[in-house]
Design a protein around this ligand. Structure first.
Ligand SMILES: Nc1ncnc2c1ncn2[C@@H]1O[C@H](COP(=O)(O)OP(=O)(O)OP(=O)(O)O)[C@@H](O)[C@H]1O
Length: 251
């Protein structure tokens, strides 16, 4: 479990995150949702330590990460896998080299073992056999799958995904969402997904935190979200026609 306690962050004099506490559960796909510019990415960066919060702290399974000793931080960082927007693969490396990269940097595993792990992860994301393809030769959906394989290759305990659906068509998005959800359950890891996609909320929202202008206004799951009386959340959910139709059908 990842715990965030009373986290705040400002840039210059502009407050971006305001006193946010939240819990993200093991074996669950935890979503951070909210409109554009509301602070989701800054929140995620604070959790993974890419940005240091002004106040508050983050704990990984009870281990304090924020302002911890560098060796404690390094140990926790080794357990984190990240899927960046667009997959963020190295263009000059092939698929196999991309997935192997965290093992090259973080472990002294023999080459054969690294290759076994890469192949196992490639198979898990449904991409067996594309080892020698270059990123420029594969589709957006395949890039995300390779990005997921790279994020879990080092036996990660924590998986962070920033807008995993950006740039994908609706069907591919759902497949990627479900892959993230299934892997989370299978490996029993703690996954946090930042998204403003209502399809993702409906498909994989085991546990949801709603941010609005840097504050947490609501938490729940994809069952309870429709019954929330948080006005800002209702505006977010029913911003599009399809969701308004769903609401009408629900009575
Ligand atoms: N390094 C930075 N320095 C100054 N301001 C920043 C920095 N990073 C983000 N911001 C500001 O913080 C606010 C929240 O940005 P953030 O990227 O977290 O929003 P978001 O909810 O992830 O939006 P989107 O869904 O569009 O990605 C924005 O006003 C942004 O300009």
């Amino acid at each position: 479990m990842i715990e965030v306690n009373r986290l705040s962050k400002s840039f210059d004099d502009k407050n971006i995150l305001n006193d946010i506490s939240a819990q993200f559960y093991q074996g669950k796909t935890n979503l951070i949702i909210g409109s554009s510019g509301t602070g989701k990415s800054v929140f995620l960066k604070n959790i993974v330590g890419l940005i240091e919060p002004d106040e508050g702290e983050v704990l990984f399974d009870g281990r304090k990460f924020t302002r911890a000793d560098e060796n404690v931080k390094a140990d926790i960082r080794r357990e984190i896998g990240m899927l960046f927007q667009g997959g963020a693969l190295f263009d000059s490396k092939n698929v196999e080299q991309n997935i192997m990269f965290p093992l090259d940097v973080l472990t002294d595993m023999p080459k054969g073992e690294k290759l076994d792990r890469v192949n196992h992860c490639l198979e898990r994301v449904g991409m067996a056999g594309i080892n020698t393809k270059m990123p420029s030769e594969i589709s957006g959906g395949m890039k995300k799958r390779v990005g997921i394989a790279r994020a879990i290759v080092n036996d990660s305990k924590y998986l962070f995904c920033d807008e995993p659906n950006s740039g994908l068509d609706p069907q591919t998005s759902i497949r990627i969402d479900n892959l993230i959800h299934d892997i989370t359950e299978e490996l029993n890891i703690t996954t946090i997904v930042v998204t403003h996609d209502m399809n993702s909320v409906m498909e994989i929202g085991d546990s949801i935190v709603f941010l609005y202008k840097g504050k947490k206004l609501w938490e729940g799951n994809n069952d309870s979200i429709f019954d929330s009386d948080c006005e800002e959340l209702q505006d977010f959910i029913f911003a599009n026609k399809l969701m308004r139709a769903v609401k009408k059908n629900r009575g």
